[in-house]
Design a protein around this ligand. Sequence first.
Ligand code: PGA
Length: 246
Amino acid sequence: MTEPKALVAGNWKMNGLTASKQEIEKLNSMISENGANCDVLICPPATIIGLLSGNGIEIGAQDCHMKVSGAHTGDISALMLKDLGCHYVIVGHSERRSDHGESNDMVKSKAAAAQEQGLTAIICVGETDDERENGEALDVVTSQIKESIPEEAVAKNTVVAYEPVWAIGTGKTPTVDDVAEVHSVIRNLLMDRFGDEGASVRILYGGSVKASNAHELMSVSNVNGALVGGASLKAEDFYGIIATYQ
Ligand code: PGA
């Protein structure tokens, strides 16, 4: 099976106002002029998904509820995201896991809810600083993968993002050998889970990716793209990462 087409996804987190539409338009014209040899996705806050959709850039979400509708004040369902034109939703980001106490079980239910609506779930995993120091990184990532991917998931509607928690927003990145080791473990787990189709699942690396380190990180075996926080907010910075795939 050939390598999956890379995906470079921006996670805007709690950043972005209506004026951010200009950034999307700018990114779209940079891609139109200079090209992009990868899929490109921006996941803005839910408040501006509707505004940003339909401007040439694929727009996704950062989270969804596990139910389709009902008495869940403040929550947003995968059906609502689909209704806005989303095809992707991030689930289990480490900030959701820590700020909102999301367990693997909850992440699995959210991924299943997204996939039931025909969306692709970007399922995030990654160890903390202490877990890496204690030599537990591979075990933690293995159990997160096993426990967060829904039973009904198929290769086509699944993306995995490996984001070491200690590398997020810190400017620190793992060595390429460490990235290669974790991504290879994830690939093997996906092959066990999906058979041959496991080779087609994209495994993104995330955590302090920027234009200056993207080439090195994106060249690692089994790295099929990036999940980018800070460096996705400005079109120029984000395009610098996309351009790695020219
Ligand atoms: P960062 O965030 O690129 O700002 O480190 C990545 C993420 O949390 O997805």
